[in-house]
Design a protein around this ligand. Sequence first.
Ligand SMILES: NC(=O)c1ccc[n+]([C@@H]2O[C@H](COP(=O)([O-])OP(=O)(O)OC[C@H]3O[C@@H](n4cnc5c(N)ncnc54)[C@H](OP(=O)(O)O)[C@@H]3O)[C@@H](O)[C@H]2O)c1
Length: 240
Amino acid sequence: MSRIALVTGGSRGIGAAISTTLKDKGYTVAATYAGNDEAAAKFTEETGIKTYKWNVADYDASKAGIEQVEADLGPIEVVVANAGITRDAPFHKMTPDQWNEVIATNLTGVFNTIHPVWPGMRERKFGRVVVISSINGQKGQFAQVNYAATKAGDLGIVKSLAQEGARAGITANAICPGYIATDMVMAVPEKVRESIIAQIPAGRLGEPEEIARAVAFLVSDDAGFINGSTISANGAQFVV
Ligand SMILES: NC(=O)c1ccc[n+]([C@@H]2O[C@H](COP(=O)([O-])OP(=O)(O)OC[C@H]3O[C@@H](n4cnc5c(N)ncnc54)[C@H](OP(=O)(O)O)[C@@H]3O)[C@@H](O)[C@H]2O)c1
């Protein structure tokens, strides 16, 4: 029987690459999204991967959505908390709304995604949790006090979960992508993109599939002793 994997924000960008890579490796994948019905429908049509809509910032919606996925597909053994947003502004201009929205999605959203599946993983003595953090959670970034705080917080979540889950056969790890060629990054003006690339020793943006392959390794049986770790995937832009 194939393992069931839940990928939040799994219909676009890095999440879409994670969903399709896991499907190609034999997992049954449920991909979630927030509101872009058109992109989700197109993704399902092209890949055959089921999509589910809920806001990861809402605990009750997450719990109900996860119950629906489990009713449709079976117990979730792999969770990839990937959904994330930016609301950038220099700190002196950042509004409480910009702060709260990013905290609710990128930090509380990770709690809301993992918490409902955790008891089942403990009972079944197997689980794989991967959180998609960011290079900017490791090093900070101008105009991203909110985003960097959440992505650094995500690393604290996996380090703590790793210690709690290890005896129950559950691993929790994080990946910190550098700049990846998704809609978000490709939408910035070419000049800005060139200045970003100039800071990357690899001389290029990363591809979503390069993050997806790291996820596929972390959730595999081969990675059972890798727990609480952070994988940097940034073309040597920031070396921890
Ligand atoms: N791209 C990069 O260079 C980069 C670098 C480092 C880290 N990351 C992290 O990687 C993750 C994916 O980034 P990306 O660039 O692939 O993003 P993206 O292309 O903007 O896609 C984001 C996905 O998350 C979903 N989403 C957003 N808010 C949500 C919410 N409140 N509830 C449920 N789903 C929600 C979106 O759904 P809709 O389609 O409905 O909007 C979409 O499926 C994020 O956590 C991001 O912080 C990205």
